[in-house]
Design a protein around this ligand. Structure first.
Ligand SMILES: C[S@@+](CC[C@H](N)C(=O)[O-])C[C@H]1O[C@@H](n2cnc3c(N)ncnc32)[C@H](O)[C@@H]1O
Length: 323
C-alpha cells in the first residue's frame, strides 16, 4: 500500500493547492480524471513491487526462509494491486477521453465564426432556473407587446439578490425597448430610493411612446435618466467606474456588441455585474452572417478580458462580475 498511499497523497495535495488558488476554475474539469490516473499509477507501482518480491522469493536458493503464509500473502496482495491498477487505468482513460471531448467542444459548438482557445473560453457554469415566461411580476399595469425578458427572472433573482435594496446603486441598460427588463430592475433590485438607472436606446418607432408611458406609470421618473442615441457613441459620455450593473441588450451585431462590452468594462465599478443577452441566440442561422449575432463578440471579449472577470452564469445569457 506504500505507493498507492503516496500517489493518493500527491493527488490530494494537488487538489488542495488548486482549490485554494485561482487556477482552480480552469483546472477543475481535469481534476477527477487526474486523480484517477494518480491512484492508478500508485496501484500499478504497488503491483510491480509485489511482483518483484514474488520473483525474488521464487529465485531464492532456500525458499523456506520465508514462511509459506507470508509468500501467499505477497502473491495475493500483488494480484489485488494489479487488479486495482487495471480498474483505475481503464476508468482514468474513459474519464480523460470524455473530459477531453467535452473540453475541446466547449464554446466551439455555439460559435461558428470565432474559434477561441479552450483555456480562453467562458467556463461552463450555469445557474439553475426554469426558463418559462413569468406573469404578474410587476406591481403596475405596464404596457408591453414583446417578452424577451421574463424567462430570465429566476437567474437574475439569484445573481442580483446581493444588490437588492442596496442604497445608491447605479444601473445601466443598453437596449431598453418598452422597458420590460428595465422596470423589473427598478421594482425588484433598485428598490432603495437612492438608487438610479440609465435607459439607453435609439428609441425609434412606436415603442418609444410605450416606454415613456411605462416610465410615467412606474413613478420612478426622478430616478431615471433616459438617453436617446446609439450606445456606441453615448457610452463614451458616461463616467468611468460609475455603474454597479450593466445589461447589454442593444444592437445584436457582433461588432456593436463587442464595442459596447469594451466600453462597459470601463464604466463598471469593481465588483459590478455585466450581463449579455442572447449568448445562445441562433439568429445567425437565419440571417446571412454570424456578424449579426452577439455570440462571437461575447467570446472574443471574454478571450481578451475574461481574466478581469469572475463568471457568474454562462447560459442563454452571460453574467460576469468585474474583479
Ligand atoms: C431586444 S430589444 C431590448 C429588450 C429589452 N431589454 C427587454 O428586455 O425588454 C433591443 C433594443 O436595442 C435597441 N438598439 C438597437 N441598436 C442599438 C444601438 N446601437 N444603441 C442603442 N440601442 C440600440 C433597439 O432599439 C431595441 O429597443
Amino acid at each position: 500500500m506504500l505507493y498507492f498511499t503516496l500517489f493518493l497523497g500527491i493527488f490530494i495535495t494537488i487538489w488542495a493547492v488548486l482549490t485554494i488558488s485561482s487556477a482552480w476554475t480552469q483546472a477543475n474539469v481535469w481534476i477527477v480524471p487526474l486523480g484517477v490516473v494518480c491512484v492508478a499509477i500508485g496501484a500499478l507501482m504497488e503491483a510491480l513491487r509485489h511482483d518483484h518480491a514474488k520473483r525474488v522469493i521464487q529465485n531464492q536458493k532456500r525458499p523456506l526462509v520465508l514462511p509459506a503464509g507470508d509468500r501467499a500473502r505477497i502473491v495475493q496482495e500483488g494480484f489485488l494491486s494489479m487488479l486495482l491498477a487495471a480498474c483505475f487505468i481503464v476508468l482514468g482513460l474513459i474519464l480523460l477521453t470524455l473530459q477531453g471531448m467535452a473540453f475541446f467542444s466547449n464554446g466551439l459548438d455555439q460559435n461558428p465564426f470565432v474559434q477561441v482557445r479552450p483555456d480562453h473560453a467562458l467556463p461552463k457554469l450555469e445557474l439553475s432556473g426554469s426558463r418559462a415566461p413569468s406573469t404578474h411580476v410587476y406591481s403596475k399595469e405596464f404596457s408591453f407587446t414583446e417578452d424577451w425578458f421574463t424567462y430570465n427572472i429566476p437567474i437574475w433573482e439569484q445573481a442580483l439578490m446581493p444588490y437588492k435594496g442596496k442604497p445608491r446603486l447605479r444601473y445601466l441598460e443598453i437596449g431598453v425597448f418598452e422597458g420590460r427588463s428595465f422596470f423589473w430592475m427598478l421594482e425588484n433590485i433598485l428598490t432603495d430610493p437612492t438608487s438610479s438607472a440609465v435607459a439607453m436606446d435609439i428609441f425609434t418607432g412606436e415603442f418609444r411612446n410605450r416606454y415613456y408611458a411605462n416610465l410615467k406609470l412606474s413613478g420612478c421618473e426622478h430616478r431615471v435618466t433616459t438617453i436617446t442615441g446609439y450606445s456606441q457613441t453615448e457610452l463614451r459620455n458616461q463616467q468611468l467606474e460609475s455603474f454597479d450593473i450593466i445589461y447589454v441588450d442593444g444592437s445584436h451585431k457582433a461588432g456593436n456588441v463587442l464595442e459596447d462590452a469594451v466600453l462597459c468594462l470601463r464604466l463598471l465599478k469593481h465588483g459590478g455585474v455585466l450581463i449579455f443577452d442572447d449568448a445562445k441566440w441562433t439568429g445567425w442561422k437565419k440571417v446571412e452572417s454570424p456578424e449579426n449575432n452577439p455570440r462571437p463578440a461575447i467570446d472574443i471579449f471574454y478571450a481578451f478580458y475574461g481574466k478581469q472577470f469572475e463568471t457568474i452564469h454562462n447560459g442563454y445569457q452571460v453574467m460576469l462580475r468585474k474583479k
